[in-house]
Design a protein around this ligand. Structure first.
Ligand SMILES: Nc1ncnc2c1ncn2[C@@H]1O[C@H](COP(=O)(O)OP(=O)(O)OP(=O)(O)O)[C@@H](O)[C@H]1O
Ligand SMILES: [Mg+2]
Length: 254
């Protein structure tokens, strides 16, 4: 059974078909890429998979369970976490506090559940602090723990955003252009860290990226979208030599 399965997901906004048909099957422990031109529907796909949008039609299954239409906080608690195309950090808080808040917001137990299982819940403050420091270390930004996040280098903020969701122990990570705005050195550093994190935690990742170097070096399987549909899917070598992909996308990037 795949970890996540999307079946013919469609998203229509007032008659405009942002996504006409997205079907995908993600196996546990693999890194997947989602590429395509601007407006192809990539972010809309992540919005559907994370519960931000309810598909107009189609179904999403996670660990065999139908999660179509489930609210984002419940989807998150089930183990699907995402980052946003634009940074959503609390700029005036320290890096550490951003991660602690992320952890608390995404805690698997709701407040009520927390009261019922108070053993886990009461110790949360110290628990989260320690856990937050761990993930800052994993993302190689522990030295910035006490720096106000808004004053960190852009590439560091992007990594902090990943730390903030990693702390909630996701099973599936959806990353929307994690290398956007990074210089080549920063994006290669990010590739190294993502690969390491994925291996260490056995994570499954679906990654949207325009940086083909990042996509080609990280992903085992790539989905290519154009105007709301998947036009190709396969291993990096297959994608690179696919005529439809070259015509619709790679030609323009190159
Ligand atoms: N909430 C919305 N209401 C109306 N139209 C939307 C909405 N969200 C997205 N769209 C439209 O759906 C299409 C797909 O948008 P989407 O953001 O998914 O593209 P994308 O592939 O992520 O593009 P980019 O690479 O620029 O981030 C676009 O035409 C966009 O204008
Ligand atoms: Mg997008």
């Amino acid at each position: 059974m795949p970890l996540l399965e999307a079946k013919e997901c469609r998203m229509t906004f007032k008659g405009i078909q942002a996504v006409k048909d997205f079907s995908a099957s993600l196996e546990a422990g693999k890194i997947y890429g989602l590429i395509g031109t601007n407006g192809a529907g990539k972010t809309t796909v992540i919005n559907m998979l994370s519960g931000v949008l309810t598909p107009t039609s189609g179904h999403i299954f996670f660990e065999g369970r139908d999660i179509t239409g489930m609210k984002p906080n419940r989807v998150a608690r089930a183990g699907i976490l995402r980052t946003y195309q634009n940074l959503r950090l609390f700029g005036k808080m320290t890096a550490l506090d951003n991660v602690i808040i992320g952890a608390q917001m995404l805690a698997r137990y709701s407040f009520l559940e927390g009261l019922l299982r108070n053993k886990n819940y009461v110790q949360s403050e110290a628990y989260y602090r320690e856990k937050a420091m761990d993930v800052l270390g994993i993302m190689d930004i522990a030295r910035h723990a006490n720096t106000v996040s808004g004053s960190l280098a852009y590439g560091t903020q992007r990594r902090l955003e990943i730390a903030r969701i990693l702390v909630a122990e996701p099973k599936l990570l959806l990353l929307d252009e994690p290398a956007a705005g990074m210089n080549p050195q920063e994006s290669m550093e990010l590739v190294r860290i993502i690969r390491q994190v994925a291996a260490q935690f056995g994570l499954t990742i679906l990654l949207i990226e325009h940086d083909m170097k990042v996509i080609m070096s990280l992903c085992e399987h790539i989905y290519v979208m154009a105007t709301g549909e998947i036009i190709a899917s396969g291993a990096p070598e297959e994608i690179r030599s696919d005529h439809k992909v070259i015509a619709a996308y790679l030609g323009r990037v190159a």
